[in-house]
Ligand binder design. Structure first.
Ligand code: NAP
Length: 379
């Protein structure tokens, strides 16, 4: 194919800490313009310091795509729960204010990267263009495929033309706009047997049940903090698949307690404020006869829940912090402060095969599927 080079200025607004980038060098392949291949998206970073797109205050989401990028026509964003909760609170649940807030955030940063929680979310959309150097052998994809991105919105170049709807309670924002996936980015093709909004909801938290499968062993006592939420229910269901496992769900609101009780996936359901470590410890000990947990999974969507997890974990037990509201400092210094020799794990959202595993759970359990359809995906 014939290749030519020319230059074009980036069009995306820049943040205060960003610098004027040199003009973008374009190559022409088969009559189409592309930026030069850039698997990590480094040339899109607008900050004056050298950093990756996730760390950057601002990224350039302008077109054209690079030779090794994917262009996605976006349908819906699934905002990470901690981030959605924070935006909802600061906008007093007013949809107009939330719309303005999100539009401003994305146009300023070139990505949906909440500066307060540091988190993003993921999206679904249709592939509009595949760069000629996108690694299709490794990651087969074609124009027209419907996909969910499995990398965070906190590093995904995003441009919003219009917000069509914000669905409170489902953390979903339907938009008109586009996103760009780097060659290093992960995605899953949306399955044909599961509606896209259900798949979006489950894939957002796919790492949680997948890590649960690895961490939980037979006969373990497992406590899930925020157990009635989206990832909490998946983790409880997954933990219960192992022989002899006892599960405890801790959640707060009466509705949440009711929801998790109905499933039967928690042997015990505790109503407590996870920010109150002493209350959680006493209530857990009361139902276990003093036994502490082998594994604690934190999937709450609010800050300051680290210490309740640490206090209820047995020595050498594991605390898995999937929650994006987790503070590394609070967890590490807090564990040291109470002399807790526990294994603190950061909740990597990705583990190999996590998307297939989470979708398989929905196919396996009609109840889980129905819950996701009605609770987290319904329009
Ligand atoms: P979710 O559905 O909103 O669930 C959160 C649960 O926490 C809800 O049941 C909520 O109850 C409960 N909760 C809130 N305040 C509480 C309190 N004071 N005490 C006890 N429970 C409380 O959220 P999700 O989508 O499952 O996400 C869970 C967490 O994982 C979030 O922090 C999210 O940001 C994070 N996340 C991480 C990754 C990753 O890659 N590690 C990926 C996606 C999401 P109510 O319903 O009553 O408020």
């Amino acid at each position: 194919m014939k290749t030519e080079t020319k230059t074009q200025k980036p069009t995306q607004p820049q943040t205060q800490k960003t610098t004027q980038k040199p003009p973008v060098t374009l190559v022409t392949v088969g009559g189409e313009n592309y930026r030069s291949a850039d698997p990590l998206g480094l040339s899109r970073v607008l900050d004056s310091r050298p950093c990756l797109p996730q760390q950057a205050d601002g990224i350039d989401a302008s077109l054209p795509i690079a030779e090794d990028e994917l262009l996605i026509r976006v349908e819906s964003l699934n905002i990470d729960s901690a981030s959605f909760h924070q935006i909802k609170e600061c906008c007093e649940s007013d949809l107009k204010k939330m719309e303005a807030h999100i539009l401003n955030l994305v146009s300023t940063r070139g990505k949906h990267h909440n500066p307060v929680t540091g988190s993003g979310g993921m999206l679904i959309g249709v592939v509009e263009r595949v760069g000629p150097k996108f690694p299709v052998n490794e990651k087969p994809i074609r124009v027209g495929d419907k996909i969910a991105t499995l990398v965070s919105l906190s590093l995904t170049p995003l441009h919003i033309d219009k917000i069509k709807a914000i669905t409170l309670g489902k953390d979903r924002v339907d938009i008109e706009g586009y996103a760009i996936l780097f060659a290093s980015g992960l995605f899953a093709k949306l399955p044909e047997d599961i509606p896209p909004t259900v798949a979006l909801a489950v894939l957002d938290v796919a790492g949680a049940p997948a890590q649960t499968r690895t961490l939980v062993k037979e006969n373990d006592l497992v406590v899930v903090i925020g157990g009635a939420g989206k990832s909490g229910l998946l983790c409880l269901y997954e933990a219960k698949r192992k022989k002899g496992v006892t599960t405890i769900a801790v959640d707060y609101s009466p509705q949440a307690i009711e929801r998790v009780k109905k499933t039967g996936w928690a042997d015990q359901v505790i109503q407590a404020d996870a920010r109150n470590a002493i209350e959680v410890l006493e209530k857990v000990k009361a139902v276990t006869g003093g036994r502490l947990a082998d594994v604690v999974i934190n999937v709450a969507n609010i800050p300051e829940t680290e210490m309740s997890c640490i206090l209820i974990t047995k020595p050498k037990g594991i605390v898995y912090f999937f929650s994006m509201a987790t503070s590394f400092t609070r967890a590490a210094l807090g564990a040291e402060g109470v002399g807790a020799d526990v294994d603190l794990r950061i909740g990597n959202g990705y583990t190999q095969g996590h998307a297939d595993l989470s979708l398989a759970l929905l196919r396996e359990s009609k109840e889980l599927y129905t819950l996701f359809k009605t609770q987290y995906a319904g329009d």
